[in-house]
Design a protein around this ligand. Structure first.
Ligand code: ARG
Length: 466
């Protein structure tokens, strides 16, 4: 015979859930990490209940003291989590009931549906702040790497073919732009999270005279002027999982950026490029080949980005077919979110560590950027300034490149007679184009890699990341 139900919702049940069902439906194994937010939510809710006279001040104080003691136990690892109590909410509420009789009134005008929505909004605000700080750490490591290699030039690449010369700092600043957008994105997600669900109840609010604004204020769901922000539709509030998707999306996009940075670093640290040496602390060796030093931190950053995208996909799929409002499927929303948070946090730290220990191999950069073919476009621009149409100039320079190939010499080793033969607009000064310094100094429009522009970007980033 099945045992009667002890669950908080057990009143209408003659039998409790099967052991297998308990195992299947529990979430406490992963949602227990919401405990600090759950306790904060319950304290604000009970303060509101006292404020409107639904419980006494004494009951509120007893509830608060009990919740504080429970949280202290949880943080000290002394709390016994019970699977049969399903989730973090019921574990804490039951523990409170054992300590404080008034605990039986805590769930007045509240449902686990608006409770979990509240816990998660508090979690998102916290998580976004943590991740923004970690990404800032990676950005600072990047700026320091740029400072240490201010004067270094490298080829920029398109199609992974040498394209045009740039300051290494210009390339690193491209990464900074990506990471800075990520940081802004997490700030935006935190702003979207800043609306209080409590009071939405299970789906249709409550008949009791609650004060939603009071609770919102107590939990810090306020605008810049301190005015409380409460969600505006009780059904949307308990069904909505946009924030989960936005958060996972911000994590996934950060992952894409980290992965692209990692890919550049993997190439740059290979013997073929050797523009940089990665720090030993973030590399590993081979168990077989003694000479190997593998860029594992970068490879894992690339790999983790797949996992972050998978989490986003899980959430999108989870939400897409659900009828309004809450459905238990939604309990599956937390593992991917927590995983995205944890993995993004460690990826940002590892990225910072890898960039922080990266050493630039100046000779290899100098050798690569000395390739005169990188300035073929500048040679076409030279002809344009002599009045040749760009398409004709492009064609003429192409012929010059072919001629150099045929003769087996570098582009800048052809004679003036040779190039004049290709196009009469080539004059004695044609070879000045191959002066790298001069070439960079001609690129001083906003966003270009000229030395003045790069200096401007240094000033901008120093200020932004201070
Ligand atoms: N553990 C549940 C979840 O994560 C909390 C909400 C439960 N609500 C319910 N009606 N069973 O979704």
């Amino acid at each position: 015979m099945a045992k009667p139900s002890h669950a908080t919702w057990g009143g209408r049940f003659s039998a409790g859930p099967a052991e297998l069902m308990l195992q299947f439906s529990e979430s406490v194994s992963f949602d227990r990490r919401l405990a600090p937010f759950d306790v904060a939510g319950s304290k604000a809710h009970s303060a509101m209940l006292a404020h409107v006279g639904l419980i006494t001040a004494k009951e509120r104080d007893a509830i608060h003291a009990g919740l504080d003691a429970i949280l202290a136990d949880i943080e000290a690892g002394k709390f016994t989590w019970e699977t049969k109590l399903e989730d973090v909410h019921m574990n804490i509420e039951q523990a409170l009931t054992k300590r404080v009789p008034a605990a039986a009134k805590l769930h007045t005008a509240r449902s686990r549906n608006d409770q979990i929505a509240t816990d998660m909004r508090l979690f998102f605000k916290h998580a976004c702040a943590v991740l923004a700080e970690k990404i800032l750490g990676a950005e600072r490591a990047l700026l320091a790497a740029a400072e240490a290699s201010r004067d270094v030039l490298i080829p920029g690449y398109t199609h992974l073919q040498r394209a045009q010369p740039v300051f290494l700092a210009h390339h690193l600043f491209a990464w900074l732009e990506m990471l800075d957008r990520d940081r802004a994105r997490f700030a935006a997600v935190a702003a979207h999270a800043n609306w209080c669900p409590l009071g939405s109840g299970a789906i249709a609010g409550t008949t009791l005279p609650i004060d939603r604004e009071f609770t919102a204020k107590a939990l810090g769901f306020v605008d810049a002027k301190g005015r409380p922000q409460v969600t505006q539709n009780s059904m949307d509030t308990v069904a909505d999982r946009d924030l989960f998707i936005e958060f996972a999306s911000a994590c996934a996009l950060f992952g894409v950026h980290a992965s692209r940075i990692a890919e550049d670093l993997i190439l740059w640290s290979s013997s073929e490029f050797k523009f940089v040496e990665l720090p030993d602390a973030f590399c590993t060796g081979s168990s077989l080949m003694p000479q190997k030093k593998n860029p594992d931190s970068c490879e894992l950053l690339r790999g983790k980005s797949a996992r972050l995208q998978g989490n986003l996909h899980t959430l999108l799929t989870l939400a897409k077919g659900l009828p309004l409002t809450y459905n238990r499927d939604l309990q599956e929303d937390k593992p991917p979110v927590f995983d995205s948070f944890d993995q993004t946090a460690i990826c940002a730290d590892v990225l910072a560590g890898t960039l922080g220990g990266m050493e630039v191999i100046r000779e290899r950069c100098a050798a690569a950027v000395a390739d005169p073919a990188l300035l073929a476009t500048d040679l076409a621009d030279y002809l344009v300034l002599k009045g040749v149409a760009f398409r004709d100039a492009h064609h003429a320079v192409g012929a010059v490149v072919r001629l150099a190939e045929q003769k087996g010499v570098a582009l800048n080793r052809l004679s003036t007679v040779d190039v004049h033969g290709v196009h009469p607009a080539f004059e004695a000064d044609w070879a000045d184009v191959f002066d790298l310094k001069r070439a960079l100094a001609k690129r001083e429009g906003t966003g270009m890699p000229g030395p003045k522009q790069v200096a401007r970007q240094f000033a901008r980033w120093r200020k932004a990341l201070a």
